[in-house]
Each structure stands twice: as structure tokens, then as C-alpha cells.
Ligand binder design. Structure first.
Ligand code: BGC
Length: 885
């Protein structure tokens, strides 16, 4: 029977403590008849002590539909139920969800932050514990809530039991602008009579050592502390700032994000009784708003069993987890130890059979654990994490594989997409993208999880956001991060910082691609989730980047005085100067500026600002003409003609106006140029022996551009290339994540000498988008996947592929297999959506629109010869002044 499957509130399945008074609702529909589309929906809202409300709407909207009732107040609960009707049949059964708001107004907070006495600002602050004993009346209570946050990080306990599963709460935001808080339901945890609330406080991102070149401490403040308010049925029963709170040091001597944890098991831990307890001190109240975080909390999302224990040539014991990941080691047994101390050093790779820790630079990534009489089973550090595959463990006698496990940490986004194909190395490459995404979504979208950075580099997510949104439900995670980006940008007068949250550099240089995240990432999110709200929220940031952030010259293109990071990490760039690749940096910057200006036009249009949309469109065309005057010769030659340069023009449709081309003798000059550029791209790719010549700017689009210009065979050949630089060369050298450099590991087993060498950076994994939308064949045609293109394009030696994506409307999937001169394609289209299907083997121009349900197609098809026939370059002479004025 047709039914509602996933009812969500502002993208989430549970809605406790939400921060918006008018939450939007979304649902998917399951078990529907084929070709089902929604004709109407009904929402009923019940709030305590108020008349029942019923709303009926004739609409096929099922994603982020507006809140029908009056705005909710702080702490208010609403019982919401939804049902829907197709265009003809009966209503589905009701599905219900409880919504409860958090503390929406500043005056709801009566708590004041508390801390221990100030410590030296030059060294790490030891984590400390806070406790408060409070009494719960015998009378029954229906609702106990904890609203809590910290200057720093906290881990809260009630009666010795950890509250919730969140790790690194409250998470990292631009603390200059806002401080997130969490809401926990303690109804079943409190007991009548005496209760002990306890919390560990660590310095985290707030006051810990952050940033490269030694970084800084106390970036957001010098004192760390806790802000907590515990309420029973709306009445405050305990709050920080009141009498009775005490602090004490305990077993965690230090716990720093980059450097790891020092732990002394002879001292008390979650025992909030033992220790020297002293009255807590008051800290100033937050000067920024407290906001309910919409980003999914960091949690343990997986565990990994170690694969082998290695004794190195120098006699060290190294555990290999078989997978590079972001997280920690957890003890499953009590260590037996000769001198009472275990030291664990983490690294991503081995170099010549020893731990390869040079790439983590200044970060120590070391745990030092002093044993006591207390059992350490379950021990895992609190306020640190590492990016690693290998752990060198010293001091643990007779260590066995079953003694420890790897704990994978990530902001707990729901997994949305998958891809697999007959080519095991391509499938492994895809898996590597997933692992790099996981390791780099620990509270913020980061560059890497291991060295002394782990920062929200804006360029990295700018090029990776479409891939990330295919793999995971990024709706809350990235929209929350974009709010911080906009705040940071405001502080920097329109300049988008090169990483956000900004760590107080206060001077940031405007950089194309990195700054373009302000425009392109909101649009990518809108494409993935149909959330117009994100565009509305970010619009000021979009406008401000293009108006005040971009440093322009006379023509409106980037000023040549502004240095650029360009096609960062293009393989031909020298190891120490990754911005000196073969493509002119300003050409790259200007192409992205045009791309951003066009996207700003689409954003303005989507939020109903038609005149501004037209203005951005006209501006994009003016900039394009200026671009051609600057970088394209009269005879159509391109300055620094590289894979990246040609892909940028072709993928972002950067072609001059008719006015500019008026002198051309060609009937369709833009089409003519496009064709020439496409041919020249193939020629360059062939000359490069199908090896990659792109960095951050060109990598997300190189295979897509080849495919879209009719050269899919060349795209496959590039994807299947095995020499360096290519994606599979890394896989063949044992990569289990995406590397920062094409040659992070050299073929002789030596780590790239560049001081910036990580083995877990997602940007070059943006190739996964090609796997989803060209090999698998799934692309959204309308925001939120309301209309989908299904167009698998087999090639290379791939004989089958399958991909799926959990879209806001439900699961959409394609799988295909070629056997015996026939291709069989299975498609699943979710209710309330349609797919435009174009299949291999169909005559040119044929396409079919299908509605929801499962569809199966067969057609005659043989894989074309592979590798593609060597292309004969088309050097057709271009007559001078043929297409310019
Ligand atoms: C980071 C990159 C980043 C770049 C830009 C690096 O150190 O790890 O991913 O985008 O710097 O300068």
C-alpha cells in the first residue's frame, strides 16, 4: 500500500531542540503504484492545550514544504502528522513526528558559563571536570532536557553515564559569530532524589593549537568552560553559574586536536566523586548568539578491525588497519605493560617499512597512556582525532589484533549514494572517495584529517561539493558551514577566507575558486536538495563576494596584481610551488569568475530576483568578451592551452557574444569554436598519453568535458590509465583514500618530498562525479532530483556498473550490464519524480520519459573497441581574424 516512508523536519528524522520556529517538512513515498505522483497533502498539527489544526494542500511538493501553522515558541512541542494522496487513489495512512524547539531566544538562557582558574596561555590547557549535584523531586516528570554547550569541547555525563553519542560537541563553527548548543532528552536518565551531572571540558578548536607553521592558541578565547541548563518540565533545576558547581582535574592530562592525548589511568575519569574538587569560576556570558546546530553531530560511524601487526626493521611494533581513516583507536583489552606506559603514534603510510610521519608535520598525533589499576577496556581519547592507517604502539606486551579497534569518526550524515562497476580498480577508487569524504567531514568540510591543518579550506569543498552531495546527505552539514563562511566573509569586508571557520587570521587574500565557494557551493546544495532557503540565506554572501571580495581590474576580470592559487596541484607544478602549474593562473581565476557570475544569475532567478539575475547574466557575457580579448588570439589560440584551460571554457560554456563574433564568416561561430576547442582538448589528452594534467580547477571537469564533447572513449582511457599522474596509479600503489597529490607516494615507496603531502584530501576525488553521472548515468535535471537524467555511457573495459542515490524524493538507481551484444539496463525512479532516459544503442535523438517505478530496457549494443583508435589531430587552419572583430 502506498505510504509515506521518510518524514523529515528540516532534513532530519528526529526533531529535538530544533532552532527554527517554522520548520519545513519533507517526506518520501514508498510502495506506490508505477507512475505515481502526488496530488495533495494534508498536515495536522497538535500542540498542547491548543485546538487541533488541519491543513490540506493540493500540490505535488514533498520536499521542504512550508510550516503550515503559526511559528513555534521556545521549548514548544508539536505533534505533526502527514498523509498524501496520489492523483487518483486514496490517502496514505498518517505518519507522525514530534517536533520540539530548542531555546530560541537569548532570554531563555539563565545559565552562565563556568570554568576552572585560568592557566598559562602559552601551553595546552589540561582538560578538567565539572560537576554539580542536584535533586529531582519524587513527583513524576514528563520531560527532562539538557541544553548545553562549551567554550571548547565538552562530554557530559549524568550519574556516570555519558549523555548522548555525540563526539566533539558542540562542534566547530565560527565562534566569533555564533556558538552552537545541543539539546538532550534526559527523561529516562534522571532518577528521583540526588543526581550527579558531570562534564569533561577540553580546549578543542576554541582554544587549542590550530593552524600551520606552529599555529596559534586561544584563537577564540583564553578560558574554556561549560554552559549548561537542565530543565524538568520547563523549570530549570540546575544551571551553570549557580552555587554548587565544582571543578577538578582528572585522568586526561592533555588532549589536543593535532597532538593527541596524554592519559593517566591512576587518576579519576568519569567518576565525578573522586578527586580534589574546588568551586568553579564564572566566565563572561557569550557575546554571540547561541544557535541550535543543524549539522549532524560527529559520532562513531564505523569500526575497523586491524589487519596485521608488523615488526619493522628497527624493531618497532606497527599495527596496520588496512584502511586510512579519520578517527581513533579504542582499547578492547587491558594492556599488559612492562613499564606502565603505552605510546601510540599515528601515520597514514609506511616509508621504507617504518612509520612515515614526516607528512603530518608539526602535529604530534601521539597518545601516551599511563596505566593504573582501573581497567582501560573501552578507553578512547576524548578531544583529539587522527588521520591514519598505521599505529606504532610501544609498551604493549604481546599485543594482538583483537586488543584494539579503529573507531571511525564523522559528522553523522546519512549515506546517500553508491557506485560499483566491473572494473575493480575503478570501484576501489570510488571507495577511496567515500573514505576521504568521511575523514574530511569531522564537524567541518576539511582539507585533511592528519597534519597541522584540518581546516575548512574553501577551495577544496568548492570543487568537491557535488561529489560529496551525491555520496552523503550534505543538507545540514554544508548549509551550516556556509553560514559560518558568510559570517567570516562579513568580518573580512566581503573577502571569502581561504578557510572557514577562519582562525583569526583577520587578513585573508581573495582567491578565485576558494572564494567562489560562496557562490558555487550554495548552488550545488540547492541542486542536490532543492533547498531555496539556503540560497536565500547565502544570497548576501554571493553578492558580497562578487561585489567586494573579487579584486577586479579595468575590464571587470580579476586584477593581475592579485596572486592566485590557480589550478592548484596540477601534476606539472613543482612539489614546493603547487600554484605554478602550466595553466595561466589568471585565466583559471577569470574562467571561475565567469562561472560564478553565471551561477549567481541562476541563484538570483531561483529566489525570484529576476532583475538581478538578468544583470548577472549580462555581466557574465561582458566578462566573457573581456576574457576572449585577454586570453584568446585573433586566430582562436588560447593562452596556456592546457587540459584545464580548454575544459574550463567547454564545461562552463564560456563563449563570446554574437556581438564579439560579428566579423566571423561562420554561420554559428560559437559552435565552431566549441568544436575546435573540443578537438584540441582530445589532441592534448592524446599527446599526454591519456595522463591527467589538471589540478583543483580542471580535475572535477576533465572527464565530464571529454564525455560531453563526444569523446567518452578518451575519458575512459584517461580514467583507466595506470601510470602517474592518473587516479588508478594511486590505487595501484595501494591508496585507500584520495591523495592530495597525484604522486603523494612516489613509485619507489618514498613519500613525495613536498612538505605538503597528505594521503587524504578529497579534491582530486571529484572524478567520482563522472562515475555517477556518466558511467552510472544519473544526473539531476531539476533541483532536488525532481527530474532526473538517466544516461549511462559505457566505455573502456567496463562491462557493468550500478549507481544509486537517495534523493530527497527517494532512491533513484541505474544498473547496466553488457553481455552477448546486448545491454540490459535496470532503472528505479522514486514516486513523484520522472526520468529522461537515453540509452546506449538507441538511435541519435531518441529519449523516453518514464515515471516512478522499476523499468527494464534491453538493446543491441557492443562495447566500442578499447583503447580508442589513435586520434588523427585536426589541425584545420583557422584563418586569421576569422571570428573576432
Ligand atoms: C591545503 C589545501 C588548500 C591549500 C591552499 C593546503 O595546505 O591542504 O587543500 O586548499 O593549502 O593553499
Amino acid at each position: 500500500m502506498t505510504r509515506i516512508e521518510r518524514l523529515r523536519v528540516e532534513h532530519y528524522a528526529t526533531a529535538l531542540g530544533i532552532g527554527t520556529p517554522s520548520p519545513r517538512l519533507s517526506w518520501t513515498v514508498g510502495d506506490a503504484p508505477d507512475n505515481w505522483s502526488q496530488g495533495a497533502y494534508e498536515i495536522e498539527v497538535s500542540k498542547s492545550g491548543q485546538p487541533h489544526e488541519a491543513y490540506s494542500t493540493k500540490s505535488n511538493d514533498s520536499v521542504l514544504v512550508p510550516w503550515p501553522s503559526v511559528p513555534l515558541r521556545s521549548r514548544e512541542t508539536a505533534q505533526v502528522r502527514v498523509r498524501v494522496q496520489g492523483t487518483s487513489e486514496d490517502w496514505t495512512p498518517w505518519v507522525e513526528i514530534t517536533i520540539e524547539t530548542g531555546l530560541l531566544r537569548p532570554e531563555d538562557w539563565a545559565a552562565v558559563p563556568i570554568s576552572n582558574p585560568p592557566s598559562s596561555t602559552d601551553v595546552t590547557k589540561p582538560p578538567f571536570r565539572l560537576r554539580k549535584v542536584f535533586t529531582v523531586p519524587e513527583a513524576s516528570h514528563s520531560r527532562v532536557r539538557l541544553y548545553v554547550t562549551a567554550y571548547g569541547l565538552y562530554e557530559a555525563y549524568l550519574n556516570g553515564q555519558k549523555i548522548g553519542e555525540d563526539i566533539f560537541a558542540p562542534g566547530w563553527t565560527s565562534y566569533y559569530a555564533r556558538l552552537p548548543y545541543q539539546t538532550y532528552d534526559l527523561t529516562n536518565l534522571v532518577r528521583p532524589g540526588e543526581n550527579v551531572f558531570g562534564a569533561w571540558i577540553g580546549e578543542g578548536w576554541y582554544a587549542g593549537n590550530l593552524g600551520y607553521h606552529g599555529g596559534k592558541r586561544n584563537i577564540y578565547g583564553e578560558r574554556i568552560g561549560l554552559l549548561a541548563q537542565l530543565e524538568i518540565d520547563g523549570e530549570i533545576v540546575a544551571k551553570t553559574g549557580e552555587e554548587g558547581w565544582e571543578w577538578s582535574f582528572g585522568a586526561i592530562l592533555s588532549s589536543e586536536i593535532y597532538h593527541g592525548e596524554m592519559y593517566n589511568a591512576t587518576l579519576p575519569d568519569t567518576d565525578f566523586e573522586q578527586g580534589d574538587w574546588h568551586p568553579a569560576e564564572l566566565l563572561p556570558a557569550p557575546s554571540v548568539p547561541l544557535v541550535s546546530s543543524q549539522s549532524p553531530p560527529v559520532r562513531v560511524v564505523d569500526t575497523i578491525k586491524p589487519k596485521q601487526i608488523i615488526t619493522t626493521p628497527s624493531g618497532k611494533t606497527i599495527v596496520d588497519f588496512g584502511q586510512n581513516f579519520g578517527g581513533l583507536i579504542r582499547f578492547l583489552s587491558d594492556p599488559s605493560c612492562a613499564d606502565g606506559e603505552i605510546v601510540i603514534r599515528h601515520a597514514e603510510v609506511l616509508e621504507h617499512d617504518e612509520l612515515g610521519s614526516r607528512p603530518i608535520r608539526y602535529a604530534k598525533a601521539t597518545e601516551t597512556i599511563t596505566l593504573g589499576t582501573r581497567s582501560l577496556v573501552g578507553y578512547m581519547p576524548r578531544f583529539t582525532f587522527h588521520g591514519f592507517r598505521y599505529a606504532e604502539i610501544t609498551g604493549w606486551k604481546g599485543l594482538e589484533l583483537s586488543d584494539i579497534e579503529g573507531v571511525v569518526l564523522q559528522s553523522s550524515m546519512t549515506r546517500a549514494g553508491d557506485f560499483r562497476c566491473s572494473h575493480p580498480l575503478i570501484s576501489r577508487l570510488h571507495e577511496n572517495c567515500v573514505w576521504s569524504t568521511m575523514a574530511n567531514t569531522i564537524s567541518i568540510p576539511s582539507d585533511c584529517p592528519q597534519r597541522d591543518e584540518r581546516l575548512g579550506w574553501t577551495g577544496d569543498i568548492c570543487v568537491y561539493a557535488p561529489t560529496m552531495s551525491y555520496l552523503f546527505d550534505t543538507s545540514g552539514f554544508l548549509s551550516e558551514w556556509l553560514v559560518d563562511l558568510a559570517h567570516d566573509q562579513q568580518r573580512l569586508d566581503g573577502i571569502v577566507p581561504i578557510f572557514s571557520p577562519d582562525t583569526g587570521t583577520d587578513v585573508s587574500t581573495p582567491e578565485a575558486i576558494w572564494g567562489d565557494a560562496a557562490v558555487l557551493t550554495p548552488y550545488d546544495l540547492y541542486t542536490a536538495h532543492a533547498d531555496v532557503g539556503v540560497l536565500e540565506t547565502q544570497y548576501a554572501s554571493v553578492v558580497s563576494w562578487l561585489k567586494d571580495g573579487v579584486r577586479r581590474g579595468r575590464t571587470g576580470l580579476w586584477s593581475k596584481d592579485q596572486d592566485q592559487l590557480g589550478d592548484w596541484l596540477a601534476p606539472k607544478a613543482p612539489p614546493e610551488t603547487p600554484n605554478m602549474g602550466p595553466t595561466d593562473n589568471h585565466l583559471v581565476a577569470d574562467a571561475w569568475l565567469i562561472h560564478s557570475t553565471k551561477s549567481a544569475s541562476k541563484i538570483a532567478r531561483a529566489i525570484g530576483r529576476g532583475a538581478e539575475a538578468d544583470a548577472y547574466q549580462a555581466e557574465a557575457q561582458r566578462l566573457t568578451d573581456a576574457f576572449y580579448a585577454e586570453y584568446v588570439t585573433a586566430s582562436g589560440r588560447l593562452v596556456s592551452e592546457t587540459q584545464t584551460a580548454l575544459c574550463l571554457l567547454l564545461a562552463y560554456d564560456i563563449f563570446p557574444s554574437q556581438k564579439y563574433l560579428n566579423g566571423s564568416s561562420k554561420p554559428n561561430p560559437a559552435q565552431y569554436i566549441r568544436q575546435l576547442f573540443a578537438e584540441r582538448l582530445v589532441n592534448l589528452v592524446r599527446k599526454a598519453n591519456w595522463l591527467v594534467d589538471t589540478g583543483f580547477a580542471g580535475t572535477p571537469i576533465v572527464l565530464q568535458t571529454l564525455a560531453q564533447t563526444g569523446n567518452i572513449a578518451h575519458a575512459y582511457r584517461m580514467l583507466q590509465a595506470r601510470e602517474c599522474p592518473s587516479w588508478l596509479s594511486c590505487v595501484l600503489l595501494g591508496a585507500t583514500t584520495i591523495w592530495e597529490r597525484w604522486d603523494s607516494m612516489l613509485s619507489d615507496g618514498t613519500i613525495n618530498p613536498g612538505e605538503m603531502t597528505s594521503f587524504n584530501h578529497y579534491a582530486l576525488g571529484s572524478v567520482a562525479s563522472f562515475m555517477h553521472n556518466h558511467i552510472g548515468g544519473l544526473t539531476p535535471l531539476e533541483p532536488g532530483w525532481k527530474r532526473v537524467s538517466v544516461k549511462p555511457q559505457p566505455g573502456g573495459t567496463v562491462t557493468w556498473a550500478k549507481t544509486s542515490h537517495q534523493s530527497p524524493y527517494g532512491k533513484v538507481s541505474v544498473s547496466w550490464e553488457i553481455a552477448q551484444e546486448e545491454i540490459v539496463v535496470q532503472i528505479e525512479v522514486p514516486p513523484n519524480t520522472t526520468a529522461e532516459v537515453v540509452l546506449p544503442g538507441w538511435e541519435a535523438g531518441r529519449s523516453e520519459t518514464v515515471g516512478s517505478g522499476k523499468h527494464s530496457f534491453r538493446s543491441k549494443y557492443v562495447l566500442p573497441d578499447f583503447p580508442p583508435k589513435v586520434y588523427t589531430p585536426h589541425f584545420a587552419p583557422i584563418r586569421p581574424n576569422e571570428w573576432v572583430l
